[in-house]
Write a protein that binds this ligand. Structure first.
Ligand code: ADP
Ligand code: MG
Length: 559
């Protein structure tokens, strides 16, 4: 038997690849299962044009078999198989992808479900195996062949026996070392978890022999170990199902299975975009604030799948910061992945998807605000702060997206109102949107500065969070109405007439006011008579842009 050698460069390439492309060893299983799924897909496409083949979906499967005694892990498929030539060219030539070629040849026949493209995934098996043996029988062939390699040293091909068409990939799992545990790749629970994590939505059943103990029939206390062939993957992802077939419970269960949160989702959105970008997504707004939400530890992001295979756990680029509370996943067929399939090659598609998702979330919130006010207010209690931060950050770039989603407590009935609601019920002579800042609604109500505005029958928005005033400073206006603090020196109210008709009083009390000014030197810049006060004898006002409340916050901020 002739032993064929990799060329020197290929040897290095293989070593490099095995040790540096992938960040986690466990993905070898994702790669081998993806290949198995591709092989079955190819059977399906072949059957479309070859009348002698019938594609009976039930006879196609992938099976993962762990043999602890012999330290082997086998990935079996009933797919198209490989001829001796194909073993040589597909597994003997690094970076040659038979699957990519197949996709190109079959372009008209919608080959988009095929996952492979780089021709390197197979070699990831060497991250966990000393020897990889491939026994394959191609469709339409009577003979099977065995390909075997220990990695960098080259490979052998020889005839072998195999009853059914398809491929067995047999890995001789490495012995544990001081820093690496390889035994886990023979452990049933661990294997099940890896399959669930990366390959849950492979369209063909992935089976394993799963052992469990159960009561011996007829006995009440005697147990026996039984092994049953069990399907591990869910196959059809919920996001590919028809929305009309799904209930709120289904989405809630998905939320819990995926551990997006320990709470329930407040609202979900199922997207199937078919336009400029094709993707499916399921997005959730959680009911409660995650415990670390307003801390640095919190990581925003959505799960990212390419064609049903998990690529990234938390893709941050899919969510703007102001929607960082959204949980869920995105699956797309049109992503170009980098060679490890852990990252994206170009972010153009991703940017398009992100933009699309951003407007979907905005619409979802807006619809909720319109039709489910109570639910929206519940959402807003939890995450409204994040929206206000969104208005303020990025130099107000996002204010158009966010301004209609804001709510503030109004002096009228102490209810939450939108800016639109406020403006639309402003009396005709009201020029500004008035607000008052303070620690709490109760404190604000007692402010002498609010009296005149309220007497005029104008509403006041109560700002009780630090961010509130900064956010409206960024907005400047809403529907051409400027925001104005009730403690501003110029309220724009006629009765007040900017306190200009107080000249006589100021003149008459000049001595008293000067005395007070001296007494308060460095604390106030002026003392004068005012007409804005009703029940209170005195109040503080500001001149210019920065209000007293903002000054307090700015002074408290670390430099
Ligand atoms: P990719 O999947 O990106 O093409 P791989 O290194 O994973 O690259 O696999 C290389 C090629 O080997 C595949 O394109 C395919 O032609 C062939 N191959 C691998 N595994 C199988 C299998 N189980 N059945 C049939 N062909 C396979
Ligand atoms: Mg592959």
């Amino acid at each position: 038997m002739e032993k064929k050698q990799f060329q020197a460069e290929s040897k290095r390439l293989l070593e490099m690849m095995i040790n540096s492309i992938y960040t986690q060893k466990e993905i070898f299983l994702r790669e081998l299962i993806s290949n198995a799924s591709d092989a079955i897909d190819k059977m399906y496409y072949r059957a479309l044009t070859d009348d002698s083949l019938v594609f009976d979906k039930d006879s196609y499967y992938i099976k993962v078999i762990a043999d602890k005694d012999n330290r082997t892990l086998t990935i079996r498929d009933t797919g198209i198989g490989m001829t001796a030539d194909e073993l040589e060219s597909h597994l003997g030539v690094i970076a040659k992808s038979g699957s990519l070629a197949f996709k190109k040849e079959n372009e008209t026949k919608d080959g988009h479900t095929i996952i492979g493209q780089f021709g390197v995934g197979f070699y990831s098996a060497f991250m966990v195996a000393d020897v990889v043996t491939v026994i394959s029988r191609a469709v339409g062939s009577d003979t099977a062949y065995k390909w075997e390699s220990t990695g960098a040293d080259g490979y052998t091909i020889e005839p072998a026996a195999k009853d059914a068409v398809g491929t067995d990939i047999i890995l001789k799992i490495k012995e544990n070392t001081e820093d690496e545990n390889y035994d886990e790749y023979l452990d049933e629970y661990r294997l099940k978890a890896i399959i669930k994590k990366y390959s849950d939505f492979i369209r063909y059943p992935i089976k394993m022999d799963v052992s469990s103990s159960r009561l011996v029939e007829g006995s009440e206390s005697e147990y026996e170990e039984v092994t049953e062939e069990t399907r591990i993957n869910s196959m059809v992802p919920i996001w590919r199902k028809n929305k009309s077939e799904l209930t709120d419970d289904d989405y809630e269960q998905f939320y819990q299975e995926k551990r997006y949160g320990f709470d329930k989702p407040l609202k979900h959105l199922h997207v199937s975009a078919d336009g400029a970008v094709v993707y499916q997504a399921i997005l959730f707004i959680p009911e409660n604030i995650p415990f670390d939400f307003y801390s640095k530890e919190y990581e925003k992001g959505l799960e990212l799948y390419a064609n049903g295979v998990l690529i990234m756990n938390k893709c941050a680029d899919l969510l703007p910061d102001y929607f960082s509370f959204v949980k869920g996943m995105v699956d797309s067929e049109s992503l170009s992945l980098n060679i490890s399939r852990e990252m994206l090659q170009h972010d153009r598609q991703l940017k398009l998807i992100a933009k699309n998702i951003q407007s979907k979330i905005k619409n979802l919130l807006q619809t909720m605000l319109k039709n489910e006010r109570e639910k929206y207010e519940q959402f807003y209690q939890a995450f409204g702060r994040q929206l206000k931060f969104g208005v303020y950050s990025d130099f107000g770039m996002n204010k158009d997206v966010l301004q209609d989603l804001l709510l503030f407590t109004s002096s009228k009935d102490k209810k939450l109102v939108t800016l639109d609601e406020y403006v639309s019920r402003m009396p005709e002579d009201q020029k500004y949107i008035y607000y008052a800042s303070g620690e709490s609604n109760e404190r604000i109500e007692k402010l002498p500065q609010t009296e005149l505005v309220l007497e005029k029958g104008y509403e006041i928005l109560y700002f009780t969070e630090d961010i509130d005033e900064f956010a409206v400073k960024m907005l400047q206006k809403y529907k051409d109405k400027e925001f104005k603090s009730v403690s501003s020196g110029d309220l724009g109210i006629e009765a007040d007439d900017n306190d200009k008709n107080t000249d006589a009083e100021n003149e008459a009390n000049k001595e008293l006011f000067d005395y007070m000014k001296n007494l308060l030197a460095g604390k106030v810049s002026n003392v004068r008579a005012s007409k804005r006060l009703r029940s209170h004898p005195v109040c503080l006002t500001t001149e210019g842009e920065i209000t007293i409340e903002m000054e307090k916050i700015l002074n408290a901020m670390p430099n």
